[in-house]
Design a protein around this ligand. Structure first.
Ligand SMILES: *[C@@H]1O[C@H](CO)[C@@H](O)[C@H](O)[C@H]1NC(C)=O
Ligand SMILES: *[C@@H]1O[C@H](CO)[C@@H](O)[C@H](O)[C@H]1NC(C)=O
Ligand SMILES: *[C@@H]1O[C@H](CO)[C@@H](O)[C@H](O)[C@H]1NC(C)=O
Ligand SMILES: *[C@@H]1O[C@H](CO)[C@@H](O)[C@H](O)[C@H]1NC(C)=O
Ligand SMILES: *[C@@H]1O[C@H](CO)[C@@H](O)[C@H](O)[C@H]1NC(C)=O
Ligand SMILES: *[C@@H]1O[C@H](CO)[C@@H](O)[C@H](O)[C@H]1NC(C)=O
Length: 499
C-alpha cells in the first residue's frame, strides 16, 4: 500500500487530510512523510499524527522525484522572483469556449502563466477566424500562427522556423512545452528543458476498447482499431522516451508512464488538470434560477445533470437505457427525478423521447455551464472513453456538486477517490441503474454533503491556480537557465523561502 499513491490518497481523503509519501532523492532513507492539512481537518489523530511528526520543513522535497501529483504541494500563489520565456506548441488554440480538453488545458494554463508575468509564445495553426485572440489584462502572450500540415497537424518545419526566430531574438526560451505531440518527437528529442503533457495515451484506450466491444450490438462489426491498439501502445513506448519531461494529467497515467512506458521516474511528473475557480464555484441562487428557467418544477426531488457531446462513446446509449428501464420500473423515480442534459449530438433527441422530465438544453457557454452545475444535485458523466482527464467532473466538483462516473482508472484514481465524494459504476446498464437507484435513495441532503467533500478536494487540488503554480515550478526546475551553481535558488527543491 505504501508505494501506491492511489491508495494513500483514498485513505487520507476519508479524513480530509492529505498525507503523502515522498521519496527523497537526496537521502538514502526511503521515505519522508509529508502532510498537508486542510483547514477542515485535524491531523492530530491516529496514523496521520505519526506522519506529521516526521515532517520537518527543513527536509526539502525534490520535485523531480516527487511520486504523487504536484497538486498536493502548496506553492506560493505569488509570482516567483524569476520570470520565464516559454514556448508552447499546440495543434489548435481554442477560439471559443466550447473547445475540447487538450485545447482548454492549453488556454487555462498558459493564460494563468501569462497573468503571472511569464512571456508565453504560442506556436499553433491558423484557423478560419485567425485573428490574434485578445485576453483582458494579458500583455505577455504572443501568437505565431502557421498553416496546418495536410494531415491537420502543426506544420513542424514552419512552426520550428518561427520558434528558431524567436529563440534567437531577445533571449532564448527558458522552457518548451508541448501539448501532446504538438511538437513531434523528432524535433523535441534531446532538448532537456522541454516538457510534454499527455491528454490520453494509447494504453488508457485499451480499457475503453474492451468496454465498447462488450457493448457492441450483435449486428455491429468489431472496430478495426482494436487489433491495432497494442501496436500503437508499443509504438508510443518507443517514441515517448524521446521527450525529456512528461506531465501526466492523471495519477493513473503517471503510473503507466513510469511502469509500462518505462520512462525514468525523475522525468515523469503528475499534474492533474485544473479549471478556472473564478468561473466554477458554488452559487445556489444562480443554480435555483437556472433550474427554474430550464423548466424544473420546485417540487422536483432530485435533479441530475449531464454535459458534453451526446454521442455513443460518451456512454449515452447506456445512460438512455438505464433511465428508460428505471422510469418503467419505478413510478417515483419517473415522477420525481429531473434530468438536465447540456450539449448536443444524436442522443439529444432520443433523451427527449423519454418524457417531460428530460430536459435537453443544447450546448452552453461557460457562464451558463457554471449555472447549470449549480442547479444540480448530482452530475453524471457516463463516458466510455477515458482518455486524459475529463474537465466536466472537476467543474462540477469545484461547483460543490457530487459526481458520478464510470469506473476508469483516471476517474477513480484522481477524482472520485472515495464514496464520500460521489459514485462510480461499471459500464453496464445494471451497474448504472444500481448507482442511479442509490442516488435516488440517498437523496438531496446526502448528495449535498458529498458535494461539499467534492468541493474541498477540488479547491485543494484542481483549481487553475493550483495547476499553473505546479507547472510554473516544474518549468523553473527544468528550465535551461537553471544553473545549479549560479542560480540563487534550486527550483527543483521544495519548499523555497517564499513558499
Ligand atoms: C531546521 O533548521 C534550523 C536551522 O538550520 C534548525 O535550527 C532547526 O532545529 C531545524 N529543525 C528541524 C526540525 O530539524
Ligand atoms: C484588469 O485589470 C484592472 C485593473 O487592475 C481590473 O480592474 C480588472 O478587473 C481586470 N480585468 C480582468 C478581466 O481581470
Ligand atoms: C535556442 O537558442 C540558444 C541560444 O542561442 C541555443 O543554445 C539553443 O540550442 C536554442 N534552442 C533550440 C531548441 O534550438
Ligand atoms: C540526440 O542525442 C543522441 C545521443 O546524445 C545523438 O546520438 C543524436 O544524434 C541526437 N539527436 C538529435 C536529433 O540531435
Ligand atoms: C440483425 O440482423 C438480422 C439479419 O440482417 C436481422 O434480422 C435482425 O433484426 C438484426 N438485429 C438487430 C438487433 O438489429
Ligand atoms: C409536483 O407538482 C406537480 C404539479 O403541481 C404534481 O403533478 C406532481 O405530482 C408534484 N410532484 C411531487 C413530487 O410532489
Amino acid at each position: 500500500m505504501a508505494k501506491d499513491p492511489t491508495s494513500t490518497s483514498s485513505i487520507t481523503f476519508q479524513h480530509l487530510c492529505y498525507l503523502l509519501f515522498a521519496i527523497s532523492a537526496l537521502s538514502s532513507i526511503s521515505f519522508i512523510y509529508w502532510s498537508h492539512c486542510s483547514t477542515l481537518c485535524s491531523c492530530a489523530t491516529d496514523d496521520s499524527s505519526t506522519a506529521t511528526s516526521l515532517f520537518h520543513r527543513n527536509q526539502s522535497l525534490n520535485l523531480l522525484t516527487f511520486p504523487s501529483a504536484l497538486n498536493h504541494i502548496s506553492f506560493s500563489s505569488n509570482p516567483p522572483p524569476k520570470l520565464l520565456k516559454i514556448a508552447l506548441f499546440v495543434k489548435r488554440w481554442p477560439q471559443r469556449n466550447l473547445a475540447g480538453g487538450l485545447e482548454r488545458h492549453a488556454l487555462t494554463l498558459h493564460l494563468a502563466l501569462a497573468r503571472r508575468g511569464h512571456q508565453v509564445h504560442i506556436f499553433t495553426t491558423t484557423t478560419s477566424s485567425s485573428t490574434n485572440p485578445n485576453y483582458p489584462n494579458v500583455t505577455t502572450m504572443r501568437f505565431h500562427f502557421t498553416p496546418p500540415s495536410p494531415g491537420g497537424y502543426l506544420n513542424q518545419a514552419l512552426a520550428w522556423q518561427q520558434f528558431q526566430t524567436q529563440n534567437s531574438s531577445d533571449k532564448p526560451f527558458d522552457v518548451i512545452h508541448t501539448e501532446s505531440v504538438g511538437l513531434f518527437h523528432g524535433r523535441a528529442r534531446n532538448i532537456s528543458h522541454l516538457a510534454v503533457s499527455w491528454h490520453g495515451i494509447a494504453y488508457e484506450t485499451i480499457h475503453s476498447d474492451i468496454v465498447q466491444d462488450l457493448l457492441r450490438g450483435p449486428n455491429e462489426t468489431r472496430q478495426s482499431v482494436l487489433a491495432e491498439r497494442l501496436a500503437k501502445v508499443i509504438e508510443e513506448v518507443k517514441f515517448f522516451n524521446r521527450y525529456s519531461h512528461h506531465v501526466a494529467t492523471s495519477d493513473h497515467v503517471g503510473d503507466v508512464l513510469k511502469r509500462i512506458y518505462m520512462i525514468p521516474e525523475e522525468r515523469v511528473h503528475i499534474i492533474v488538470n485544473g479549471v478556472d475557480e473564478t468561473i466554477y464555484k458554488p452559487d445556489s441562487t444562480r443554480g435555483k434560477d437556472f433550474r427554474r428557467e430550464a423548466g424544473v418544477p420546485d417540487n422536483a426531488t432530485l435533479v441530475i445533470g449531464m454535459a458534453g457531446r451526446l454521442v455513443k462513446d460518451k456512454g449515452h446509449p447506456l445512460m438512455f437505457e438505464a433511465l428508460k428501464q428505471l422510469s418503467m420500473e419505478d413510478e417515483n423515480f419517473k415522477r420525481d427525478v429531473f434530468v438536465l442534459v447540456a450539449g448536443d449530438g444524436p442522443w439529444g433527441s432520443r433523451y427527449r423521447d423519454l418524457g417531460p422530465n428530460l430536459l435537453v438544453l443544447g450546448p452552453l457557454e461557460q457562464t451558463q455551464l457554471a449555472k447549470f452545475y449549480n442547479s444540480l444535485d448530482v452530475f453524471i458523466n457516463p463516458t466510455l472513453r477515458a482518455q486524459g482527464l475529463d474537465h466536466t467532473f472537476i467543474e462540477a466538483m469545484l461547483s460543490g456538486i457530487s459526481v458520478m462516473g464510470t469506473r476508469f482508472a483516471s476517474i477513480t484514481g484522481s477524482l472520485i477517490v472515495d464514496s464520500d465524494i460521489g459514485y462510480t459504476f461499471l459500464p453496464t446498464v445494471d451497474s448504472l441503474k444500481k448507482s442511479l437507484r442509490m442516488i435516488f435513495r440517498d437523496g438531496r441532503e446526502v448528495l449535498s454533503k458529498r458535494g461539499m467533500v467534492a468541493r474541498n478536494r477540488a479547491v485543494q487540488l484542481f483549481t487553475a491556480t493550483k495547476m499553473a503554480t505546479a507547472y510554473e515550478r516544474l518549468f523553473l526546475c527544468i528550465s535551461k537557465s537553471t544553473d545549479r551553481k549560479n542560480d540563487k535558488y534550486d527550483y527543483c527543491k521544495y519548499p523555497l523561502p517564499w513558499d
